[in-house]
Design a protein around this ligand. Structure first.
Ligand SMILES: NC(=O)C1=CN([C@@H]2O[C@H](COP(=O)(O)OP(=O)(O)OC[C@H]3O[C@@H](n4cnc5c(N)ncnc54)[C@H](OP(=O)(O)O)[C@@H]3O)[C@@H](O)[C@H]2O)C=CC1
Ligand SMILES: Nc1nc2c(c(=O)[nH]1)N=C([C@H](O)[C@@H](O)CO)CN2
Length: 234
């Protein structure tokens, strides 16, 4: 029986990397992208759909498309995310808060509600990508951090409500992959506060995910993959 994964944000960086690993492991993947240029050419096990999670009706259509194409979901990965510093004005901030809510909370919620039956049938798992910042928020990214903290709360609630058939865990990345716009000074500032003093890369997140996939006795767990950033002196 070919395992089935539903992954959000597969168009770039971590989402693309995790999808490639899952395909290599023989998964059928339903992948969502927003603006990234993607192609499933030559990959019959990859089903790509463009969805803007700010459009709940488009998300509903994607859920119905998945339900029509598979009777099981072994793994749901909520990876999509909006990472921006807080806006300067209340008006712009309200737009940003709404978008963070839509992407970090509403989309995972609707996916769980619609796919729960498929997850129960497969005795599957939900893995939410949160952030070590949920425990010590970066005040310049308060809206991002607050809604990621909400996703952590949903992880804990779902672990209780979906058990015993479905497991629910979160991975809390630290500085795994800086953005091109991050200056050398900023990167050094972050890594100086990271015990292992290096950018983690994407492979350690895959290793944590593969461990969660293969360890049947983990649910409600929070897995920091952060080079010790979360235990270093602030
Ligand atoms: N990189 C890091 O160091 C860290 C990452 N994390 C978390 O790990 C996960 C992956 O990180 P990373 O790869 O850097 O993330 P990116 O910010 O590079 O990618 C975010 C993804 O979310 C998708 N997305 C953004 N806006 C929307 C939208 N409106 N509707 C639907 N999808 C949208 C993007 O789609 P598209 O590209 O198609 O537009 C993209 O695939 C995220 O949840 C992040 O918060 C946590 C801590 C550190
Ligand atoms: N969706 C994203 N979330 C986060 C990102 C990112 O690039 N996309 N990056 C970070 C930072 O690099 C952080 O780990 C170090 O300051 C956090 N979240």
């Amino acid at each position: 029986m070919q395992p089935v994964a539903v992954v959000t944000g597969v168009g770039r960086r971590l989402g693309r990397y995790l999808t490639d690993q899952l395909l290599d492991q023989g998964y059928r993947v339903f992948g969502q992208y927003h603006t990234s240029r993607v192609s499933a050419s030559g990959e019959s096990s990859l089903h790509l759909t463009q969805v803007d999670f700010r459009d709940s009706q488009a998300l509903e259509r994607w859920c119905q498309q998945i339900l029509a194409l598979t009777d099981r979901v072994d793994l749901l990965i909520n990876n999509a995310s909006l990472y921006q510093p807080d806006a300067d004005t209340a008006a712009d901030g309200m737009v940003q808060l709404t978008q963070c809510h839509q992407i970090h909370l509403q989309a995972p919620y609707l996916l769980m509600m619609h796919l729960n039956g498929r997850l129960q049938h497969a005795q599957g798992q939900i893995v939410n990508l949160t952030d070590i910042y949920i425990h010590h928020p970066n005040e310049d990214y308060s809206l991002y951090c607050a809604t990621k903290a909400g996703l952590d709360s949903l992880t804990q609630s779902w672990a209780r409500s979906l058990a015993p058939a479905v497991r629910v865990n979160s991975i809390e990345p630290g500085p795994i992959l800086f953005l091109d716009e991050h200056s050398a000074e900023y990167r050094q500032q972050i890594l100086a506060r990271t015990l292992l003093q290096v950018e983690g890369g994407l492979e350690p997140i895959w290793q944590a995910l593969w461990m969660l996939i293969n360890n049947p006795y983990m649910t409600g767990a929070r897995i920091p993959v952060d080079g010790g950033r979360s235990v270093a002196k602030l």
